[in-house]
Write a protein that binds this ligand. Structure first.
Ligand SMILES: *Cc1c(COP(=O)(O)O)cnc(C)c1O
Length: 496
């Protein structure tokens, strides 16, 4: 098999192997790693239709991870997609009110981040072995809620790794905090910061860039790494479920072999939808990728006008994981549509950093025709949840509702009658209050766990283990520190 290497989006340096790109996370020049060429799929959709998720994931990912042996990749995949998922299908495709929903929330933390973060720790330790890295890998993460828990669950008890998560002490939801502070695993550490998310994020970035701290750790046999969504090791696992979704529709007879379909993706950092684009490029018959935004509609404006402009009010919505004004992974797409010109891309990124905006020329816009952007406001999101519940009894979470509403707008405006798959990114149990008050505002005054029982009753679904766990689980992480105290907390935990 031809080796696929990875290069930075910002300069013409020496390409690195997949495993090196995974270990590093970010390229040394601040760019993101992208494949030097897009591989092609080695299996047909028909063949995928007869596989289970693990076999399919191995077949789809192998060409991207060409320096991993088949056995190495299989070991990683088997460790990732196991009983932590509450269904053997891992990512079921279900029919909801005339649309297909690809449910990506059956993992340990009931959000789609589990699809990549269950696998990343194993890819990372395998990468360390391949590259003769014997240090323990210390994952540092700042989180506003969801990523922290998914990374903790993924790295818990993985030999050769430790994970330290910093969250804003008063800046996450009670359920999110409870999920994190009850985390098991001797290699996990969760710390509340007296500050906001930016303080936590800046603190982590400072430590990553602190040569003294890095060499202090190296002397004791540790090295830092990141579980952030800019790591190619998070993107590649997400390509798999787009091809998988296609193969499920084929298996059910919903579509004919080769028939093109449309995906609608609720988008924040642009990682999920970019993986869908990679799936199209390797050969999955995808007609269009519809980018669904909430009221923070930076991407909608970009696809409509060619101008990316983050200079605007940050709006807190009921779909917090999409409340984002800088979609980091868009850089990979921008690089592609410059004709892989690192200099031009770096210049746009400089403008974004310095002025908060950039405008791409007409010819680059012409290369975006596989994408279309739509958005939904808060009223539309709530209305969708209520209408779908009334129509068929299915309850979707707020992020999925943004996409499902967009799917209806898209179909109405374009008349496109191809099969539409709504990418469903979280369990409604994670956002119980928003979901139930969308159905009936009278729920507003009820307690969280009362609402959870009510959601189970209304939807006829079983309460996920992730939620049962936090009802009774003891709090294991109680440390709270000042912004200035982060380094000491790390030293304490690592016993150095
Ligand atoms: C992270 C997240 C998203 C956004 O995905 P991106 O890859 O950042 O675009 C959407 N929905 C949920 C529930 C998420 O946790």
């Amino acid at each position: 098999m031809r080796e696929i290497m990875y290069k930075s989006t910002r300069s013409e340096g020496e390409p690195v192997t997949a495993s090196q790109a995974i270990l590093r996370g970010l390229a040394p020049d601040g760019g993101l790693y992208v494949p030097t060429e897009i591989p092609s799929l080695k299996v047909s959709m028909r063949e995928l239709a007869d596989m289970d998720y693990r076999d399919a994931a191995c077949a789809i990912m192998a060409p991207f991870l060409s320096d991993f042996s088949q056995d190495e990749l299989r070991d990683c995949v088997e460790a990732a997609y196991d009983e932590k998922f509450d269904t053997p299908e891992i990512a079921p495709v279900v029919e909801v009110d005339g649309y297909s929903h690809l449910e990506l929330f059956h993992g340990a933390t009931i959000a789609f981040k589990d699809m990549a973060l269950s696998l990343l720790p194993h890819l990372m330790t395998a990468s360390a072995r391949k590259n003769g890295v014997s240090d323990d890998i210390v994952i540092l993460t700042a989180t506003s809620g969801d990523t922290g828990k998914a990374a903790l669950a993924g790295f818990a008890d993985v030999p050769g790794t430790k994970i330290i998560v910093f969250y804003p002490k008063d800046g996450v939801s009670p359920i999110q905090e409870k999920q994190m502070v009850t985390q098991r695993g001797d290699n996990t550490c969760v710390i509340g910061i007296k500050g906001n998310f930016d303080d936590a994020q800046n603190g982590v970035k400072d430590i990553f860039g602190d040569p003294e701290m890095i060499s202090e750790l190296a002397d004791k046999g540790f090295r830092f790494s990141s579980a952030n969504s800019i790591n190619i090791g998070r993107l590649v696992p997400q390509v798999a479920y787009y091809a998988w979704a296609y193969s499920r529709l084929l298996k059910k007879g919903t579509i004919r072999d080769g028939e093109e379909i449309v995906f609608v993706v609720p988008t924040g950092n642009f990682g999920n939808i970019l993986a869908g684009y990679y799936a199209k490029l390797i050969g999955v018959p995808i007609a269009r990728l519809v980018c669904a935004s909430n009221e923070n509609k930076v991407l909608f404006d970009f696809f409509r006008t060619g101008t990316y402009d983050r200079n605007r009010e940050f709006i807190l919505t009921s779909s917090p994981s999409m409340d984002i004004l800088i979609s980091s992974n868009l850089e990979r797409l921008i690089y592609m549509i410059t004709g892989e010109n690192a200099g031009t891309n770096a210049e746009f990124m400089r403008q974004l950093k310095e002025n908060g905006s950039y405008t791409i020329p007409e010819e680059m816009r012409g290369r975006l025709s596989d994408f279309v952007g739509y958005y939904t406001d808060e009223a539309g999101t709530a209305e969708l949840i209520r209408d779908v519940y009334r129509a068929c009894g299915y309850i979707c979470d707020t992020h999925t509702a943004v996409a499902a509403h967009v799917a209806r707008q898209y179909r109405k405006e374009t008349g496109d009658d191809r099969q539409i798959v709504v990418v469903s990114t979280a369990s409604p149990y994670k956002f119980t209050r928003s979901v139930l008050t969308a159905i009936d505002p009278a729920y507003e005054c009820k307690e969280d766990f009362t609402l959870i029982d009510e959601l189970a009753r209304l939807s006829g679904t079983k309460i996920p283990q992730a939620i049962e766990d936090i009802r009774s689980a003891p709090v294991r992480h109680k440390t709270v520190c000042e912004k200035s105290g982060m380094r000491d907390v790390i030293r304490d935990f690592l016993e150095i």
